[in-house]
Design a binder for this molecule. Sequence first.
Ligand SMILES: C[S@@+](CC[C@H](N)C(=O)[O-])C[C@H]1O[C@@H](n2cnc3c(N)ncnc32)[C@H](O)[C@@H]1O
Length: 191
Amino acid sequence: MIDISGIPAAEPVRIIIGAGDQRWPGWIATNRDTLDLLRPEEWEASFGHRPADALLCEHVWEHLTEAEGRSAARLCYRWLKPGGYLRCAVPDANFQDAAYQCIARIGGPGPKSHPAADHKIVYDYRRFTDVFVQAGFSVDLLEYCDEQGRFHHHPWSPDQGPVYRSLRLDHRNRGGKLRFVSLIIDARKPG
Ligand SMILES: C[S@@+](CC[C@H](N)C(=O)[O-])C[C@H]1O[C@@H](n2cnc3c(N)ncnc32)[C@H](O)[C@@H]1O
């Protein structure tokens, strides 16, 4: 569990799930050992007295099976305030780049030590959206590729949750060529 009792009532509860080494100002970084998407009891202990305003999760959902991902979506819905949101990014099955898809694929590129070795699924925008819609969220697609590999992006503010592997923030995309993308959504709990 995590302890959010120190956050003043006037400040939002903003949580990064599966943060790894990521740290963003104004966000509490958590990892699997403290807030596991597959352990609902940790979420109840953490948010039972005060649900979250915002959740941020970059390149984590692909480490869950589809069934686990659907149950994790319901868990996030349960512990968000009405009107709260989850900003969530995963590798994009429709990005037409062989080297990228080699890393993104199920099982990763080969060596068991590779961080992508436990990839369990590669989402396209339709399936990923469905995971969250079925959990009760309304979904905005922020960045994604369509079936023809065309990249689409809608304006979004890093102030509401920075996603590094994105058009604007990822250093690999400087210089006008798109080299690394994510499928990025905002999943909002009605309220
Ligand atoms: C590729 S790393 C991404 C780390 C970080 N979000 C980033 O973008 O650099 C995948 C992360 O997912 C986390 N993770 C995997 N399964 C998880 C789970 N069930 N609950 C929470 N985090 C999980 C891992 O601990 C790891 O930190």
